[in-house]
Design a protein around this ligand. Structure first.
Ligand code: HEM
Length: 514
């Protein structure tokens, strides 16, 4: 005897093509098996966190795609006694470590236990082979160490001048006296120019547009697609475009390097430029060998991409807060007024912030930037592949997992921050700084892979954003006028939703109007 419901199901099954039924059956059986394996896992495994709908194999993908920070936060609440839990995505167990202890375990782990290279294998498409995460561990460490030389204090003094010069030129050309613009787009364009000038050098910057590098840079940029994190080897239309782009970049760098070497050999008064290209040209590995051209090219691409988007979204979030918080905008402007006392002429305009001013005389801006990065770190998740079982508080994180921490979720953890969702830069005031717990503030990561460009980013952001605020009155318009931007998780760094970043601006005439 059949019921009407059974009949309907039978009819539908008969109507479906066979392949669909096979795929569905495989997914269901895989899902049930993995669910069973997780529920029956030994007690010392990380607890499994899932929400409904839980889709076989895809796991918590729906919730992750909507808002990964909130999913991780819910997992943190559910397993706060353990500071550790696993979610499943694309059949991959993703274990999250949380709380001060969890973050310490992540950042202090040795490379042969938590490996960064396998977790970020997708970068090979953009940077090319033999660069950064596609190197043996010791070579990768040496490549990252070159950043210390390239971004020294001596270089910053020069960088500061260049950032100010580029900012002035950009706004004169693109903003002028008054108009409307999108902050996200503006800062994206600006930081490509400042980074290319400071890091790639004057010669490359001068040819950036005409040489085709700007256009090919877009292809490199677009090759960072989140799905590649899980499947770095899937066929990808960006792959061949990246090869072409890297070839052009390599050719351009080679020409500049040849010219510099020639000038150095022939001209006794030749002054070496203070850019990152020069550092890589002269760099040597511990065995005395020089970097190959494809390595120089890949590292330069990495530094450009790494720095541009992170700075862009940070600047956009910072302005999104300041332009809505009159009290803090006023505090920042008061600080600027002290640095640029009104001499009756044109004190706001000149681009003359010194290295010491930027480093020592902008504490308010430091607090605002710290708080912006607490609420809006560009990377919501940092990951490593587990190469050996790792014990954390009586839990064994098994080999083969991807282990993660989430700066976005952790920096809003009520166990670490009071009233964590509120924008309050006084958390970073000198009298409160000692209250900040270990690993509570991690927008730049921590441990051996802490961001190599953090000082460059910090200084460039302070210089360029205060320049904009000194020189323009800005008001948010459009959708953003009534609503704070949401987090856009569709790109590799978390940007404010672009529908909320439109502004109207007017050039200030005098310092009084600040
Ligand atoms: C607001 C701006 C920035 C933020 C928030 C930021 C954040 C981060 C984070 C979280 C990491 C660690 C990744 C991990 O552990 O998995 C990192 C690594 C790195 N960043 Fe940044 N970054 C910024 C700007 C820059 C800039 C401007 C540069 C270059 C000039 C740069 C170069 C690097 C490099 C080379 C690494 C790899 C370090 C290593 O693995 O040893 N970053 N960054």
């Amino acid at each position: 005897m059949t019921t009407p419901l059974l009949e309907t199901v039978q009819q539908q099954l008969q109507d479906e093509p066979l392949w669909k039924l096979v795929v569905a059956a495989c997914m269901v059986s895989y899902g049930l098996q993995s669910l069973l394996a997780m529920l029956m896992a030994p007690a010392n495994r990380p607890p499994f966190y899932y929400e409904l709908p839980y889709i076989p194999w895809l796991g918590s993908l729906v919730q992750f795609a909507v808002n990964p920070r909130e999913l991780i936060q819910r997992g943190m609440v559910a397993h706060k006694d353990k500071n550790c839990f696993t979610v499943h995505l694309f059949g991959t167990p993703m274990t999250f470590l949380t709380g001060s202890e969890g973050l310490a375990h992540f950042f202090k782990a040795r490379e042969h236990v938590f490996d960064i290279r396998e977790a970020y294998a997708m970068t090979i498409i953009t940077f090319g082979p033999g660069v950064c995460y596609d190197c043996p561990q010791s070579k990768m460490a040496q490549q990252f160490a070159f950043f210390k030389d390239g971004l020294s204090d001596k270089s910053f003094i020069k960088h500061m001048e260049l950032v100010q010069e580029e900012t002035l030129q950009y706004f004169d050309k693109h903003w002028g006296k008054s108009g409307e613009a999108d902050i996200l787009q503006t800062l994206s364009d600006l930081y490509t120019l400042t980074s290319s000038r400071c890091l790639l050098g004057d010669e490359i910057r001068a040819q950036w547009n005409e040489s085709g590098m700007a256009e090919h840079y877009i292809a490199l940029d677009h090759s960072f697609v989140p799905i590649l994190f899980f499947f770095p080897s899937i066929p990808n239309p960006h792959r061949s475009k990246c090869v072409t782009a890297r070839e052009l970049f390599k050719e351009m760098f080679q020409k500049v390097i040849d010219k510099r070497r020639q000038a150095e050999a022939n001209d006794d008064n030749y002054q070496k430029p203070h850019d990152f290209l020069q550092v890589l040209m002269e760099a040597k590995y511990r065995d005395g060998s020089e970097l190959e051209m494809q390595e120089i090219t890949g590292i330069m691409i990495g530094v450009l991409l790494g720095g541009q988007h992170t700075s862009n979204v940070t600047g956009s979030w910072l302005l999104s807060h300041l332009l809505r918080e009159p009290k803090w905008l006023q505090a920042v402007m008061d600080e600027q007024r002290k640095l640029f006392p009104d001499d009756g002429e044109h004190a706001i305009h000149p681009a003359t912030l010194t290295f010491d001013q930027v480093n020592k005389e902008m504490p308010v801006m430091d607090q605002v930037l710290s708080e912006t990065l607490r609420l809006h770190p560009p990377f919501f998740q940092l990951s490593r592949k587990v190469l050996e079982d790792s014990n954390f508080n009586g839990i064994t994180i098994p080999k083969g997992n991807i282990v993660n921490i989430s700066p976005s979720a952790s920096m809003r953890d009520p166990a670490m921050w009071d009233d964590p969702h509120t924008f309050d830069p006084t958390r970073f005031a000198p009298e409160n700084k000692d209250k900040i717990k270990q690993y509570a503030w991690v927008p730049f990561g921590g441990g051996m892979h802490q961001c190599g460009g953090r000082k460059f980013a910090w200084n460039s952001l302070k210089v360029s954003l205060t320049w904009i605020l000194r020189n323009y009155e800005i008001e948010i318009i459009g959708k953003g006028a009534n609503e704070f931007p949401k987090e856009d998780y569709t790109t590799m760094v978390v940007a404010p939703t672009s529908s909320h970043t439109r502004v109207r601006f007017k050039r200030r005439e005098q310092v009084d109007s600040i």
